[in-house]
Design a protein around this ligand. Structure first.
Ligand code: PLP
Length: 400
């Protein structure tokens, strides 16, 4: 009996989940493991959000909603986009889903024809390529390494466009590199795209509130208003408000795309949890002090990681401008030997070595389409980060 069809066998279990499962298995054997593999805030959801969800349950907001969600949520999203991003959308242009992840999946499922090309700058979030390919598209991966600050350049973009190109995927701030595009950089990419009206832009802005550098966050549609009618803005409450488990993401899109996304949502999951919808509206409408608290905590954690990594000879580190990841280049360690004589052939082996010998779980660059790198998440306590830095220094120092 076949358990999966050709499409299902063409995709992988998310790489970060594989690593964290391995970390959990080692913990179950009694090993001390610092897990830097996960892409989620370690804070609890803010109290005002939790209270709003409890009230919603007591008030009977426990039924299906329409696929486009509760009006109060759509209005909260419209108000957020106007207030924070300077973008003007109507509630009809908003679609919601079970996390930004599901919105992206619904989008690719609803727009891609077989062989449509989707340009994806690498390193990219682990799911983009699998989602595109599962839905019949062709992922055109463009390497954007440390030397270019992990950002796609206009000339790279122009050279990759073919008659089959239908979408360009942008992610700012980026998971895994932490790169943030400036307004001028987005406009330069926009200029290239202006000449290709058949190409749409998917702008994943889920880390917009987690910023460290001098580059302010700019939404793609705000930088390039002339391209707003072919831009799909993707965002959600998971990262900003520590709400990963509530599973609520959204898209702001031209009306035709929004209608299609609502249709997909109606067949895929009817609607995201009604309780999460109320909670997400409160997250956006309510007090925003959580963002400052979390931002300050991430900045302190980043300082610990940057100091720790600076002491490890061989790692090349670009300070992230946003999100909560560092993505050091590790070519100096490829080809070296472990104390028991094994040769480190690639970043997958290096991450395995760090996990088993050092007790630190990281995700190899291969999962993000760019090697040799490793991704470290600093969405964990300062104490854990200090332990991890010491363990990495020791373990990498043993490689010969
Ligand atoms: N986009 C990026 C770049 C992410 O890193 C993630 C989660 O890790 C998502 C989207 C999905 O977020 P959600 O929890 O809203 O599905």
């Amino acid at each position: 009996m076949r358990f999966e069809n050709r499409r299902a066998s063409s995709i992988q279990l998310s790489a970060s989940m594989v690593v964290s499962m391995a970390a959990r298995a080692l913990r179950a054997q009694g090993r001390q493991i610092v897990d830097l593999s996960l892409g989620e805030p370690d804070f609890n959801t803010p109290d005002n959000v939790i209270e709003a969800a409890i009230r919603a349950m007591r008030d009977g907001v426990t039924h299906y909603t329409g696929p486009s969600g509760l009006p109060q949520l759509r209005e909260a999203i419209v108000a957020k986009l106007a207030r924070e991003n300077g973008l003007d959308y109507t509630p009809e242009q908003i679609s919601i889903g079970v996390g930004a992840k599901q919105i992206l999946f619904n989008l690719f499922m609803g727009v891609l024809e077989s062989g449509d090309e989707v340009i994806i700058p690498a390193p990219f979030w682990v799911s983009y390529r699998d989602m595109v390919e599962f839905n019949g598209g062709r992922a055109v991966v463009l390497p954007c390494g440390l030397e270019s600050g992990f950002r796609l350049t206009p000339s790279q973009l122009a050279a990759a466009i073919t008659p089959a190109t239908r979408w360009v995927m942008l992610n700012t701030p980026s998971n895994p590199s932490g790169a943030v595009y400036s307004r001028a950089e987005l406009q330069a990419l926009g200029q290239v795209l202006a000449a290709h009206p058949q190409i749409g832009i998917i702008s994943d802005e889920i880390y917009e509130h987690i910023l460290f550098g001098d580059t302010p966050f700019v939404s793609f549609a705000a930088a390039c208003p002339e391209l707003k009618d072919r831009t799909i803005l993707i965002n959600g409450v998971s990262k900003a408000y520590a709400m990963t488990g509530w599973r609520l993401g959204y898209a702001a899109a031209p009306p035709g795309f929004a209608r299609m996304l609502n249709k997909m949502e109606s067949q895929v999951s009817t609607c995201p949890s009604s309780i999460s919808q109320v909670a997400a509206a409160e997250a956006m409408n309510g007090p925003q002090d959580f963002l400052h608290m979390a931002g300050a905590a991430y900045a302190r954690r980043l300082a610990i990681v940057m100091e720790g990594l600076a002491g490890i000879e061989g790692l090349k580190v670009c300070k992230p401008a946003g999100a909560f990841y560092v993505f050091p280049e590790c070519s100096a360690f490829i080809g070296r030997r472990t104390p028991d004589g094994r040769r480190i052939e690639n970043d997958v082996m290096l991450a395995e070595y760090l996990l088993h010998e050092g007790g630190v779980a990281t995700v190899p660059g291969a999962a993000f389409g760019l090697e040799p790198y490793i991704r470290l998440s600093f969405a964990t306590s300062e104490e854990q980060l200090r332990i991890a830095m010491a363990a990495m220094t020791r373990t990498l120092g043993l490689l010969e």
